[in-house]
Structure formats: structure tokens, C-alpha cells
Ligand binder design. Sequence first.
Ligand SMILES: C[S@@+](CC[C@H](N)C(=O)[O-])C[C@H]1O[C@@H](n2cnc3c(N)ncnc32)[C@H](O)[C@@H]1O
Length: 448
Amino acid sequence: MATGIPRKSSSERGRPNGAEPALHYGGKAQAEAVRGAPYERSALVCEVNPPAPANRLYYGDNLDVLMELAGGGIKGMVRLAYIDPPFSTNGRFECRNRNAAYDDTLQGAEYVEFMRRRLLLIHDLLSDDGSMYLHLDSNMVFHMKLVMDEVFGGRNFRALITRRKCSNKNYTRNTYGNVSDYILFYTKTDDYVWNRPYVPWDEDRILKEYPCLDEGTGRRYKKVPIHAPGERNGGTGRPWRGVSPPPGKHWQYPPERLEELDRNGEIYWSRTGNPRRKVYLDESEGVPVQDIWLDCRDSVNQNDRVTGYPTEKNIGMLRRIVSASSGPGDLVMDCFCGSGSTLDAASQLGRAWIGIDSSIEAIGSTVRRFTEGTGRHGDYVTGGQGRPLPPTPGEGFGVYVSPCHDAARAEEVARLLEGHLPRPRAAAQAALGQSPAGGPSPAGAWQP
Ligand SMILES: C[S@@+](CC[C@H](N)C(=O)[O-])C[C@H]1O[C@@H](n2cnc3c(N)ncnc32)[C@H](O)[C@@H]1O
């Protein structure tokens, strides 16, 4: 494999004369006009398993809610935003119970601008060490790469993850089966939270990479050279135990450290007297996760637990993202939260969360996920509604309606929660009574 030698720092790479390429289209608003546009406030209508003031589920258009959050003390507080917006498929999505979930009809420039406005606000909400993951398919990922470069800066692009989303397809069209989608990973700055994710070694790979067994201990190891490029004048450049480093190289460790390694039995001597270091499998954290994810398909197994919401993403994938780019107690946001997969992953990992969705089916799926649990995929496939399994134990959350004077939406939420929670309808009506249009924002400052 040939790899070019980088001549510039990553911040300069690919930007001759310092210019970022930009996407031009009709209807592109000035960033400041987007940030300064008027917006409607939300109202808290119910609390599920209170108290947990940091966790919030908003029913409404995320543009209004993002603006409210940015103006209400959350600006710069979100450590991680993951979003899985509509992919511009020109389709309608239904839940497994056949209820309409949402339409995905925006196309071309209209779609790009819809997304760009929200991305500008998400950028404002992120902390300086925060991260942003944007999940898309091949339809719009290249358009949105340019938009992300514009909003986050090309130098803050970290990875384009290719995910295997499903099993092989028997395509009748004359093209390759489409089994992948993509996640753009950006950070706000180059100093960001990063907990490298690992996957366990598989048996074949262990035998290939760690072929040796330590005679005394039975520990499995591999042999690695103990020299590095470049000549040195000090101890690392001189012969050790009568052996000189190869021409143009030096020992990686000073002689005292090499002695210590040898005393501990960590040096392997070849028959020709060439020293190498033993690197043990049991000291490895696993295989670092690369940018192709084959192990995160969406609900393939009949025993997988799902909510029945369409386009529900793999919870293991979301746990990986949440673990890699946030810490316990951090605030995680998904403003296209659907069935609440990101919120569930955040809750399981001890993070606080904010979810937003404009579909009542999404709000219902999220509430049920946290109050009743999820059902087996197989139960939905066979026509059932899914037998609930216990929910993730976690803190409660507030349910908000946006805009706050939308009585029809508050009524929908009240109906949805009836039977699940005590007196939600009364709570919704009371909240509406207290929150006239343009009234005080319930979004207080989030305490880290
Ligand atoms: C692909 S789904 C997200 C699925 C989610 N990741 C999950 O695991 O369940 C996209 C979601 O975006 C929501 N959505 C679309 N436009 C929105 C808007 N303007 N504001 C809030 N939510 C929106 C849809 O209702 C839908 O639930």
C-alpha cells in the first residue's frame, strides 16, 4: 500500500491559498440572519420519572428549539451532537404499527439549506471540545460534506465513517447492492474529547497477529523490532549486548531500559542473536475501531430489541459514538431523535440528553422506550406490537411542546402519555395556561 507523505499540517491540507470550497445555491441565508431570526418558545408539559431537569424531550420543529436552547443557557454546553436526519429520499416512513411517522420530501437546495440552518445552530450549542456526527446516505453526503466544511471548518473534519447498514440485497437493478451509509465526524476545535474505541480481537486475527506463546507463562505475544529510524550519538546509538542497531537506526530505549526488559523476559533473542521485544496480547485493549463499521447493522436479528419506529438506528453504534466523544455526566443532543436511540445510549452510559423531533410517533416511541422498554424485532415481524422488555434504568425527563401555544400538539402529547403517567393531561393544560406565546423560556442553564 502506498501512502503519500503529508507535507503540511492537517489544518492546511487541501486548502491551497487558504480558501475553503463553498456550495452556492439560491435561498442561502447569511449565517447571522439564521442566528438572529425570530423563533417560538417551547413549554414544559409533563415530567416522566422526575426529577432529571437536564434530560429534555421536545416535540416540535428543531429550528425553533435549537434557537431557544442557544439563547437559553445551553450555548457551548453540548459535548456531543449526533443527528440522523431525513436523507432526502422523497419517501414517506411508517411505523411497524402502520402509523405515518414522517415525510422525507425536501430535495436539492431546499434540503441543503434546511440542514445548514440547523448545523449553524448545533455548532453554536457545542462546547469548544465538542463533537458532531452527521449520519447520511449516498444521496446527500457529498453536498453535506461541503456544508460541514463551511460550518465547522475543513480542518475540523475527522472521519467519514462507512457503515454496513443491512445484509446483502438481491438487486434487480444493474448496479451494486447498496448496503452502506455514512457518518461525517467533525469536532468544533482540534482539542476535543476522544476516548478511542476498540473491538475485541477475533480468534483468526489473534493467531495471525500474536503467533508466539511464552514458554514460561503461556502468554501469547508478537515480536516487534526495538529499533527506530535515525542515527543517534548517545546510548541508544551504541551497541547493546554487543549488537549494534541496524545502519541508519537507533535503539528505541536507552540501555538501562533494554536491560530491564531483558531481565523481565520481555526480549526475544533470535538464533542469530537479534533482539526483539515481546508485545503481549493480554496487554492489548483490542483492535482500534477504523472508519469502516461492519458490526453495526440496523436490527437484523429477530431477538434485537426495537421500538418499531422506522429508520431506528443500531443502539450499539450509538453507544460507540457516545463513549468515544463524551464522558459521564456530559450533555448529548440528538435534534432528529426519532425513536430516541441516541438518548437511550446516552442514558445507558450516564450522560444527560436533549432530544427533539417533529413527529408525534417519534415522541411516543421515545417515551415508551424509556417507560416500557423495547420489543423483540421478531414480534413486530410476525404482526405483533412487540412484547415490551424492561427499559434502561435511567433518570426521568421533561417533555416540551414547541411552539408553546400549540394547543393541538400539547393535546397530542397528553393523549400519548395518558395511561403511562399520572395526570399528564392536567399537567399539559396547566403548562399551556402558564406559557402564553412568547412567554418565558423554560430552558434554564444546564449545570455541567
Ligand atoms: C431518520 S429519522 C431518525 C431516526 C433515529 N435516529 C432513531 O434511531 O430512531 C429522522 C427523524 O427526523 C425527524 N425530523 C424531520 N424533520 C424534523 C424537524 N424539522 N424537526 C425535528 N425533527 C425532524 C423525523 O420526524 C424523524 O423522526
